[in-house]
Design a protein around this ligand. Structure first.
Ligand SMILES: *Cc1c(COP(=O)(O)O)cnc(C)c1O
Length: 408
């Protein structure tokens, strides 16, 4: 989207708002599909947790994508958005057997990531096929908050526990129809990814009734100007060839699955927010925006970088600003950023605001979560209204206290 399109939406809306570019989601989807075009049976399952607005889910469904979910509620949202149960995968971490049973009853593919639940589920439902999440102990990326495949990670069943998995499968006569890994975000080194894939292929040979192998996600997208991203085309070419070769060895054409979240929606999103106050201090110039980590928490949560631009004055002279929010504790979006000169009332645009931004928003400080807009066919469509005071209080139960009578 262009600055002037964003500026027009900002002016019209007048308040903090998320904007998503439907065509950018589509082009990312096509890019990934084409990169793995050599695989006869490819499936992409969008990781819903990145951005769960129902209109986004409908758009992604319309593109032909499946859905990866981590909670019963995400499964229900997916079903409501029109996904068939067979198009949905449930990949939770450490949830109750009860939740897994509830999802399995809907006909959704279950992915189990620990031996305890595997044994319990297999004993009760030997006829429901399950996928197992393997931890290949490969360190992907440098951020331990979002790197989930390393040895200390709570995710997946260790490859060192394969003998135990096999014993459970034998004892329960359950059917393992897929194996899965998700090594976390920020895969830059394709060789590391291919190495993890080899571990998964080795594991796959232990199971003779597989229908698919799921390689998770972790594609790195650019955040800063000049950032490097995962070379999807190179990965696609190398992994596709190796996957097809593996299917021959395995004796069966398997489905290759990926679960991109960020890759599909991160760059499609912009968070627009007006500047309330420009405050010169002795050390810096603060731009106080009409928002905070209640709307966009990644910078405070993981030190994530979001590129910030002044869309009201894109050609202005660059100055240094520290962009902060209105929350009553440290709430910094970006320190010492070079941004075109900011006047109070200007709108700033935060880039890469499609993934893990709105979906992590809260009502902290009793603020409303903002509206969301989908930009599609050169038109802005409102896909979520800004919250109201009613929304803040609707589930609260107000007690009435009688005035205590004074003892005379
Ligand atoms: C979060 C998650 C994803 C998506 O990760 P991205 O980095 O957003 O692509 C994929 N698979 C699983 C199991 C996840 O938990």
């Amino acid at each position: 989207m262009t600055d002037s399109q964003l500026q027009a939406i900002a002016q019209h809306h007048g308040r903090s708002v998320y904007v998503y570019d439907a065509e950018k989601i589509e082009s990312q989807y096509n890019r990934l599909t084409q990169a793995f075009g050599a695989v006869p049976n490819l499936r992409l399952n969008y990781a819903a947790k990145a951005l769960t607005n129902i209109s986004i889910l409908k758009w992604i469904h319309h593109l032909g994508c499946g859905l990866d979910t981590v909670s019963l509620q995400e499964v229900d949202l997916g079903l409501k958005a029109g996904f068939e149960p067979q198009q949905i995968m449930f990949t939770p971490n450490g949830v109750s057997l009860k939740e897994i049973e509830a999802v399995a009853q809907k006909g959704v593919q279950i992915n189990i990531d620990n031996l305890s639940i595997l044994e319990q589920f297999g004993s009760r439902y030997p006829n429901i096929p399950v996928c197992i999440r393997i931890n290949p102990h490969v360190m992907a990326g440098g951020n331990t908050n979002i790197s989930v495949g390393h040895i200390d990670s709570k995710f997946g069943i260790s490859i060192h526990q394969i003998p135990h998995i096999l014993r459970i499968v034998e004892n329960t006569a359950m059917h393992i129809n897929g194996i899965h890994m998700h090594t976390g975000s920020d895969i830059l080194d394709i060789e590391v990814f291919l190495h993890a894939a080899e571990i998964l292929f080795e594991t796959a040979k232990q199971f003779d009734r597989l229908d698919f192998i799921d390689f998770g996600s972790g594609f790195k997208v650019p955040y800063k100007p000049g950032d490097i991203e995962t070379d999807i085309e190179e990965l696609g070419e190398k992994l596709s060839a190796r996957f097809n070769q593996f299917c021959q060895e395995y004796g069966r054409e398997l489905q290759l699955i990926f679960e991109p979240g960020k890759f599909l929606v991160s760059q499609a999103g912009y968070f627009l927010t007006p500047v309330n106050v420009v405050k010169q201090t002795t050390s810096t110039v603060f731009a106080h925006v009409d928002s905070g980590f209640n709307h966009l928490m990644r910078p405070m949560l993981y030190g994530a970088y979001h590129h910030i631009e002044n869309i009201s004055n894109p050609e202005g002279k660059k100055r240094f600003y520290t962009v902060v929010g209105y929350i009553c504790e440290t709430d910094t979006f970006g320190s010492n950023r070079q941004i075109s000169e900011i006047k109070e009332g200007d709108f700033l645009a935060f880039h890469n605001a499609g993934a893990y931004c709105f979906s992590m928003a809260s009502n902290y400080n009793s603020r409303y979560r903002p509206a969301e807009i989908l930009w599609h066919n050169n038109k802005a469509h409102l896909i979520r209204k800004e919250e109201s005071f009613e929304d803040l209080v609707q589930n609260q139960v107000e007690l009435e206290f009688n005035t205590v009578e004074e003892v005379s």
